[in-house]
Ligand binder design. Structure first.
Ligand SMILES: NC(=O)c1ccc[n+]([C@@H]2O[C@H](COP(=O)([O-])OP(=O)(O)OC[C@H]3O[C@@H](n4cnc5c(N)ncnc54)[C@H](OP(=O)(O)O)[C@@H]3O)[C@@H](O)[C@H]2O)c1
Length: 267
């Protein structure tokens, strides 16, 4: 049974904590959480029966795995508190967006570090996390990291940190691109006269159905698109308009902009 400590029990900390318990990777009595938010502490204690306190320094010594799940702007302060309190055998698993391995190792004066990038669907076990690790992380600790992240959806290990900023621009920020597409499609549906609740249902099921169809058919999306596009038909008319407006190029530019920003933020 894995002893695991969470620094930060907000959206992602709780998602991971709940997934770890649900999948039986740990037990409530082996889990501890520290968060500055009193209400959050009480809620986690009641909901999961885990030990919760408002003291990063005290809690950090408890876990074999220490998960850093605070916002990037709080990371500096948290690292300063934890520095010198980690034993060399502990594994630090950071899900803090943009925090580089080198920053974490130096900030914590610690060498066993996993850096992961998850996304919001992880909160319902449908996320995708990409992670990398320092050479000092042992095989069994890599196994732990893979199973913790895998408890929130899919996980992919990469041996080169350069991929993390690319992942941030694609799957990290990606849910927001899809949400915008859904919002726009619902608005367009309402604009041509559909009732709003029906528009929502049509768009949502089209999104889910299309995702599953891509996955299960095993066919490339371009082929599926051609299959539903009869020459001279309605779909062709819409796609023509999208391409005239530079849809594919715009997606390319948006992802590139997110990637450039991720590189800049990481320093
Ligand atoms: N949300 C996502 O889907 C997602 C996806 C990928 C990566 N991430 C990364 O995951 C990390 C956590 O995101 P989140 O959405 O879970 O944020 P969140 O909901 O704000 O959770 C962070 C928690 O940490 C607490 N906290 C702040 N300072 C602290 C300190 N010094 N010591 C202990 N706890 C402290 C916060 O309390 P207060 O609210 O009082 O500040 C909050 O309860 C971020 O670095 C983010 O980049 C999130």
């Amino acid at each position: 049974m894995m002893k695991i400590t969470f620094i930060g029990g907000g959206n992602m900390g709780e998602a991971m904590l709940s997934a770890v318990l649900n999948k039986g990777l740990s037990l409530a009595q082996a889990v501890s959480v520290s968060d500055v938010d009193e209400a959050c502490c009480q809620c986690l204690e009641q909901k999961y029966g885990v030990a919760v306190m408002n003291d990063n320094r005290q809690v950090v010594t408890r876990g074999e795995v220490v998960v850093l799940a605070v916002k990037p702007q709080h990371l500096g302060g948290v690292m300063a508190e934890l520095k010198g309190r980690l034993s060399s055998a502990q594994l630090v698993l950071s899900i803090v967006a943009g925090a580089r391995i080198d920053t974490l190792c130096r900030g914590l004066n610690h060498s066993r570090v996993v850096r992961a990038m998850s996304n919001t669907p992880a909160q319902i076990g449908e996320g995708i996390s990409v992670w990398t690790a320092t050479p000092e992380v042992t095989e069994s600790q890599r196994g732990w990291a893979g199973s913790i992240l895998g408890a929130m959806g899919k996980e992919i290990y990469v041996d080169d940190e350069k991929y993390m900023d690319m992942v941030t621009a694609v799957s990290g920020s990606g849910p927001a691109y899809i949400f915008l597409m859904v919002e726009s499609l619902v608005k367009a549906a309402v604009d041509i006269g559909l009732p709003s609740d029906m528009a929502q249902e049509l768009v949502l099921q089209t999104l889910l159905g299309s995702g599953h169809f891509i996955q299960r058919s095993g066919k490339p999306p371009a082929e599926l698109r051609r299959m539903v596009t009869s020459p001279g038909g309605t779909t062709a008319e819409a796609l023509l308009r999208l391409e005239k407006g530079g849809f594919s190029d715009l997606i390319g530019q948006a992802v590139r902009a997110a990637y450039n920003k991720a590189e800049k933020l990481g320093g």
